[in-house]
Design a protein around this ligand. Structure first.
Ligand code: PLP
Length: 352
């Protein structure tokens, strides 16, 4: 019966996941694996979030609040009077925004190499994809981007960018916002680790959405919850096109309680800032400058997959960048983990 499946899914491969620590542990008989492949905060969730989640769990016989009020209120208390949408991870938010705005055949523009889900989400909606390659140093040529993305319904820019780690400066983002006719979705999954604040742009630009997630600095990746700052006009239409009751009661309670625990977030942000410097100083291969909680390492003359395999053999899981289209095949992406994990990575890679 597979003839029923849409041809786009038969032509293109799906999302590429990092290798599982459990599989590597079994394969090589190692019991302690350094998990540096998925940019997660290695610290468990905030105790306040855990308590809120446990309380919410007791009422899951009822449907959750479709307005997600507990989280909306927490977001306004934390950031001020903005407009928000929420979803099943930021991935869910991206998918719903494309569904809300893009007719089949209309264009989604992306700046590559970047996070692969944008292209998959666009394809799922039957959108045409416009890809604008970054410069050799992975910065964005705004003139080139504006020209190519001018009439796209949605342009998606990741800043700080996954996997390259660099952020796009505010003035470049303004140039894009003023040059394009559609909406700019600025993926800020890693913005907490950068020194850049794009929020002031929300007051001036009707075509800007800032995507955020609880999966990284807030230690809630397993609860699948994301949100976005949006212009005023977007939320009612987003709700109309979205899946009913998308955000579950446990996730929204945990996220709302995690936001005010700034000490939890600050601990990991400090750890990231320390280790970005140490990676750059101590790793014998070139480490690209990063504004995120990971660094990209140029492992020439090895290939990405060779290096990932070799590190795995020594109990260190990192991400091969081979699946990021538009990137040469000699980069790996390494998250900042706990001290022992980062130290093990440095020791192993320097010994190869
Ligand atoms: C991790 C990540 C996200 C967020 O994913 P969730 O669906 O919220 O877990 C979004 N964009 C990028 C670039 C990411 O790396």
């Amino acid at each position: 019966m597979e003839h029923l499946v849409r041809s786009c899914y038969k032509k293109k491969s799906g999302y590429v996941f990092a290798r599982k620590a459990e599989d590597i542990a079994r394969e090589y008989g190692i019991d302690r694996i350094a998990r540096l492949a998925s940019n997660e905060n290695p610290e468990p969730l905030s105790p306040a979030a855990l308590e809120a989640a446990e309380t919410a769990l007791k009422s899951v016989n009822r449907y959750p609040d479709e307005k997600v009020n507990v989280l909306m209120n927490a977001l306004r208390a934390h950031y001020g009077d903005y407009h928000f949408v929420t979803g099943v991870g930021m991935d869910g938010v991206i998918e719903t925004i494309i569904r809300t705005l893009v007719e089949p055949g209309e264009q989604v523009a992306i700046s590559t190499p970047t996070f692969s889900f944008y292209a998959l989400a666009a394809m799922g909606q039957g959108a045409g994809l416009v890809t604008i390659p970054r410069e050799p140093d992975f910065s964005v040529d705004t003139k080139k981007l504006v020209k190519a993305a001018k009439t796209a319904k949605v342009t998606i820019l990741c800043s700080p960018n996954n996997p390259t780690g660099n952020a796009t400066p505010i003035d470049a983002v303004v140039e894009i916002l003023e040059g394009i006719e559609g909406l700019l979705f600025l993926d800020n999954a890693y913005v907490e680790f950068s020194g850049i604040d794009y929020l002031p742009l929300m007051k001036k630009h009707e075509n800007l959405v800032l995507g955020r997630t609880f999966s990284k600095v807030y230690s809630l990746a397993g609860l699948r919850i994301g949100y976005a700052f949006t212009p005023r006009w977007l939320p009612p239409w987003y709700q109309r096109s979205g899946t009913p009751f998308t955000v579950n009661a446990v996730s929204m309670a945990a996220a709302a309680a995690a936001l005010p625990d700034t000490a939890h977030a600050e601990r990991y942000i400090a750890q990231v800032k320390r280790w970005r410097k140490r990676f750059a100083a101590d790793v014998k291969f070139p480490v690209l400058p990063s504004d995120a909680n990971f660094v990209m390492v140029d492992v020439t003359p090895h290939t990405s997959d060779e290096m990932v395999e070799e590190l795995a053999r020594h109990g260190v899981v990192v991400r091969s960048c081979r699946s990021f289209s538009g990137l040469p095949d000699h980069f790996i992406r390494v998250s900042v983990g706990e001290d022992w994990e980062n130290e093990l990575f440095v020791k192993v890679i320097n010994s190869l």
